[in-house]
Design a protein around this ligand. Structure first.
Ligand SMILES: [Zn+2]
Length: 94
């Protein structure tokens, strides 16, 4: 598990070239299909309820941004929470 927080205002970032959404990007890079919210205390199910959310790791010195599937509710959380999915790095050219 990884403790993360949402990156504020990240919804304004367009998805990378060649991808319709950040969720598509996450699925391609992770090799997985998003089906449930990655937050460990949330059980929202269904790909159409998920977005590819921008998060940062809370602990350590890693300030990089990552994509992880979250439901829209969790994408608006302001607290710190745990996810148990693959964190896919955001392309550094954004
Ligand atoms: Zn959720």
């Amino acid at each position: 598990m990884t403790k993360v927080k949402n990156v504020n205002g990240s919804s304004r970032f367009e998805s990378p070239a060649g991808y319709d959404t950040w969720l598509d990007y996450w699925e391609d890079k992770s090799g997985k299909t998003a089906s449930v919210c990655s937050a460990t205390d949330c059980y929202t199910f269904g790909r159409n309820k998920l977005v590819g959310a921008h998060v940062q790791k809370v602990n350590g010195f890693d300030n990089s941004w990552y994509i992880v599937p979250l439901c829209r509710g969790c994408n608006n959380r302001t607290d710190e929470f745990y996810v148990d999915e693959v964190l896919v790095p955001v392309p550094s050219n954004l």
